[in-house]
Design a protein around this ligand. Structure first.
Ligand code: SF4
Length: 686
């Protein structure tokens, strides 16, 4: 079972899906004569039981894709043009090291590493890379782009990002699928929800969009974007009024309830309904069900927290299980993220070596304001102008908000940009050097999950394709060229992967032999409280640094910005297109063909008022920019809200645009995250 095995008989190698998806599937990679012939799921892995989504079951197509970058490339065209010539590794690494050294000698904070979840691996994510940038003293990156508003909300409420075991949803009797479209983005959770449905459970989807999931639930509540906190308060009001509370659970396992109770009493069903754009009966009926059906579970996902008040809203929703004592049951409670369960299991300090900073405290740059920050001059407040960006596991020109400004930043002629990539993405097109990175089939890694409670190991199934090298290997080589001699730069990828988890927290024997190991967590971990806060109680009222949770209206709404709403009357959300995963897979021909073209869904009322039909080319615009795409007139959109499905690479979009032309760089109330779904637009025929 080695990557160099060329025997004719197929072999199976254990892996883990690296993508930004809560399911983190265990993989079985079949290899014959050194080539991957099949990527399948591991049927013995309890939370994912052998099934893969269509995206990753075609992973071999992505790995052997004819457009894959297989040699180091040096730019020969203008920035953004995507014209390169191949160069040797020695030439590329030597030139990069000289440039980074020159900048770092002046001020290492002028170098910015930019990365996210292109791989979720602990080794190829921020193992050797973190060591490298810590040693240099480069700027730190605040990794906020996805889930920080809700993540900080969970930490404020419960002390960590912890929740139910995903498998337990199969036994729930009521499931609220809140801000999530699992048929697209978490298929294994959806399998458990389907099991529950077959056993008689009621499924309610809460989402502005009538998603594929919403269609298959018993009820869909299509609230306006950014009003989830108001709905949660309305539900609390009803639970209080009809005394559907678990007083004992609240008294023993929550603190600050009187303050939250007082707030909730300001939100009768009519007020909540008017704010959410739904009926008061929908609020009342949902509260009646939630207060009377046990076990009741909430699958809260990231869409709802991508608005100005996302943190407050996530706190409010997350507290609902305390009101009805749902945590008492293994199949009750809430799952937002499971990643906090791994907080004591990861060997982060050893992997990332923050001690290499040697007392330096570099500034931190928020990845969500990269467009703004790449265009800033040096100042006392900001520090040095950013002179070099090293991008890995991310495609910021496509995925960061306000992408017109992001592209302007990356187009700076004086900015030195290095991109580690599989393909020439929108961001790679702006690079001075592109370095070919391995895919998950070609390297070691270790993974936690944010959707289940299993540590995972990924072994290389094949040798690197072309001249590709793993991220860790690239940073190891760069360290050598920079003259960094610390022994930690000699650690192999295999050693990093096998050492990523602590022996006292993870069954390393099971991890090594079967590729996954369940964390030892009780089935109903909070049946008797014991949340990871200092008191062991949930924080229902104030929490460190934040007040009693409340509904916070969007930056861009009729209430908060009436003049803006008069010019741009439609709220836009930008959920993922079904066949893409963020911006990954957009270049896989079969998946792009399935997705057809960049689409904006409009409700028939909004479409007819503008003379727009399905198939029309439209311009979607606001003061930040203009996005060209095709219209789909559909009741998937509710009146007043349009759905711009993302995230297309700009170069595959119409007129070189994608939906992030329209989003802004203002941040959420908690977590310093982008408010992608807090965005007003107008739509016209192009
Ligand atoms: S993207 Fe998600 S569902 Fe698909 S294989 Fe990876 S972890 Fe599994």
């Amino acid at each position: 079972m080695t990557p160099t095995d060329t025997a004719a008989a197929p072999i199976t190698v254990q892996g883990a899906c690296p993508h930004d998806c809560p399911d983190t599937c265990a993989l079985h990679i079949t290899v014959q004569a050194g080539r991957v012939i099949r990527v399948a799921g591991d049927p013995s892995h309890p939370p994912t039981h052998g099934a893969l989504c269509t995206k990753v079951s075609r992973y071999a197509e992505r790995t052997y894709h004819p457009d894959r970058v297989l040699t180091p490339l040096k730019r020969v065209g203008r920035k953004g043009e995507g014209r390169f010539e191949p160069v040797s590794w020695d030439e590329a690494l030597g030139a990069i090291a000289v440039r980074l050294k020159t900048i770092a000698d002046q001020d290492p904070q002028a170098v910015l590493p930019y990365s996210y979840a292109g791989t979720m691996g602990l080794v190829q994510g921020d193992g050797m890379a973190a060591r490298f940038f810590h040693r240099m003293g480069a700027s730190l990156l605040d990794r906020t782009i996805c889930s920080m508003a809700g993540g900080d909300a969970l930490v404020a409420t419960y002390g960590a990002k912890v929740g139910m075991h995903v498998e337990q949803f199969a036994h729930s009797k009521l499931i609220l699928i809140w801000g999530s479209n699992p048929i697209t983005s978490s298929v294994h959770f959806w399998n458990f929800a389907q099991q529950a449905k077959r056993a008689g459970a009621r499924l309610v989807c809460i989402d502005p969009r009538r998603t594929e999931t919403a269609e298959k639930c018993h009820q869909h509540i299509a609230l306006l974007p950014g009003t989830d906190g108001a709905l949660a308060l309305g539900l609390m009001h009803e639970l209080i009024q009809h005394d559907r509370l678990d007083h004992d659970y609240l008294a023993r396992h929550a603190e600050g309830w009187p303050a939250l109770r007082a707030r909730a009493l300001q939100w009768p069903a009519e007020r909540a309904a008017a704010t959410c754009g739904i009926s008061a009966d929908e609020v009342r009926e949902l509260a009646r069900e939630y207060g009377s059906i046990q076990p009741a579970a909430i699958r809260l996902n990231y869409g709802m927290q991508r608005v100005r008040g996302g943190g407050n809203a996530a706190r409010l929703v997350a507290l609902l299980p305390c009101l009805v004592g749902a945590w008492r049951h293994p199949a009750g409670g809430l799952l937002f993220s499971a990643s906090g369960w791994f907080r004591h299991a990861r060997h982060d300090g050893w992997l990332q070596r923050p001690d290499l900073l040697a007392g330096r405290t570099p500034r931190t740059i928020n990845m969500s304001t990269i467009g703004h920050d790449l265009l800033r001059e040096a100042s006392l407040d900001f520090g040095p102008k950013v002179q070099a960006v090293v991008v890995y596991n991310s495609n910021p020109v496509a995925v960061a908000p306000d992408s017109r400004q992001v592209a302007r930043g990356f187009a700076r002629e004086d900015l030195f940009t290095v991109v580690l990539e599989h393909f020439l993405t929108d961001t790679a097109d702006h690079a001075d050097y592109v370095l070919p990175a391995t895919t998950q089939l070609e390297h070691w890694d270790a993974h936690l999950s944010y959707g289940h409670t299993y540590a995972m190991l990924n072994r290389p199934a094949i040798a690197p394709v072309g001249q590709a090298r793993s991220n860790a290997d690239i940073f190891r080589a760069l360290a050598r060229h920079m003259g960094y001699t610390e022994p930690c730069f000699a650690d192999s990828d295999e050693a990093l992967a096998l050492g990523a988890f602590k022996a006292e927290a993870v069954d390393l024997q099971a991890l090594a032999t079967q590729g996954w190991a369940r964390l030892p967590i009780a089935d109903a971990p909070f049946a008797e409280g014991g949340f990871p806060t200092p008191s062991g109680k949930a924080r229902a009222g104030e929490a460190p640094g934040v007040g009693v949770p409340d509904h916070v209206p969007n930056y861009e709404s009729v209430q908060s910005a009436p003049e803006l709403a008069a010019r741009f009357p439609l709220a836009m959300i930008s959920p993922p297109a079904r066949h893409f995963l963020n911006s990954t897979f957009v270049n896989v021909a079969s998946l792009r063909a399935a997705q057809r073209e960049p689409l904006l869904e409009l409700h028939p009322q909004d479409a007819s008022a503008r003379g727009i039909a399905t198939g029309s080319t439209v311009r979607v615009f606001n003061d930040r920019g203009e996005y060209r795409c095709k219209a789909e007139v559909s009741e998937r959109a509710r009146p007043g809200v349009v759905n711009g499905l993302g995230i297309w690479w700009r170069k595959y979009g119409l007129a070189g645009t994608n939906v992030n032309e329209l989003t802004h760089q203002r941040l959420t109330d908690m977590g310093r995250a982008p408010a992608f779904y807090d965005c007003l637009v107008e739509v016209q025929l192009a």
